[in-house]
Ligand binder design. Sequence first.
Ligand code: GTP
Ligand code: MG
Length: 347
Amino acid sequence: MDADRLRHKINTFSFHSGKDGGQGFRRVLIQLFGLLGHGKSSFINSCLYVWEDGDYKNWAEAAAKDGGCTINRLTYPLTRNITLVDNRGYAKLGSYESGEIFAQLGNLLPLGNTVEWSKGFGLVERIVRAENNIESSDFIVPVFVYSVKTGINPSEADEIKHLLSTAEKLTGIYPLVVLTYKTSGSLTETMAAFRNMGAEKIFSFENYTQKDFIKTRGRHEEVLKFLFEVTEEVIFRIDHSRDPKKEMKERKQFVLNYVHDLEKMLQQEKLDRERILEKTRQMIQIKNQQEALERQKEKEKREMDQELLRRQEELERMKLADQAKHEDEIRAQKANHGKGKFSRLFR
Ligand SMILES: Nc1nc2c(ncn2[C@@H]2O[C@H](COP(=O)(O)OP(=O)(O)OP(=O)(O)O)[C@@H](O)[C@H]2O)c(=O)[nH]1
Ligand SMILES: [Mg+2]
């Protein structure tokens, strides 16, 4: 399909193309999520640049240098019923941030607000408070953004796989994968890694950036193909009976359960860590006591050896003194005996 046709298809996308009509959905939210600095905001800029077909602008305030910066969860309308959402990037998976990621992704927190990384019940409170401000008429399409430049190792792949499958359970859609920095690493390996995780729709881009925004047909077409695939995905998903209000409630329950389980897991991990720490402390204490005991034993042995030596020397001295006395006595006896002989001779 050529660029004009793609553009037309995206522009005329309507929920009413589905067999059962819009069913209460009014807007597609393309929810971008992923690690800090992987190019989410730049991808939004690329989409808007291609869509508007005017001058390049840093609409989504992508970072001026490598590294991340977005903290507000802002929306960028593309057509009358397709909107891009720039979510706050996270630094680490499996931490308390995960709860926040899914709350953003499930569209349970108000759009246009700063994303706080609040722990456990802080997040639950914010979800409950946001209830009346959230539109159930938003249809969520999760899009995971990942930079090829970063590469991917097996342990990260496991974490990402878990994240993507949880996002699927939450939204009903396996996240579309957008690979950025496609010329700065091994695209084939990164694509294969995502395919192994179960991703079916993988797109690769060299984002338009403040340093490099010269239009190329290839980049323009890639962006349009991506947006077209999003609309195709939505049409495929609304081809059966749906209930946006019920789905919203289910998403909320899912995230609340997730936060609860995560909190329990983190508490358990904390307890395990404390237990290990306590055990290590006890082991160190026992080792110290054993060492002190060893030292005491060695000291006593040394003292006993010294005492034995002292006694042996004492004995030796006594023996020598006895011997000397005995010799003196013999000498004295001999002398006496001699004297007796002379006195008898001269009597
Ligand atoms: N060469 C190149 N640079 C890119 C690409 N995508 C993003 N960048 C650069 O990478 C840096 C970070 O990009 P952002 O778009 O701000 O990343 P982000 O994911 O929005 O970051 P957070 O908002 O913190 O999560 C910026 O300096 C971009 O210019 C890309 O595909 N190619
Ligand atoms: Mg950003």
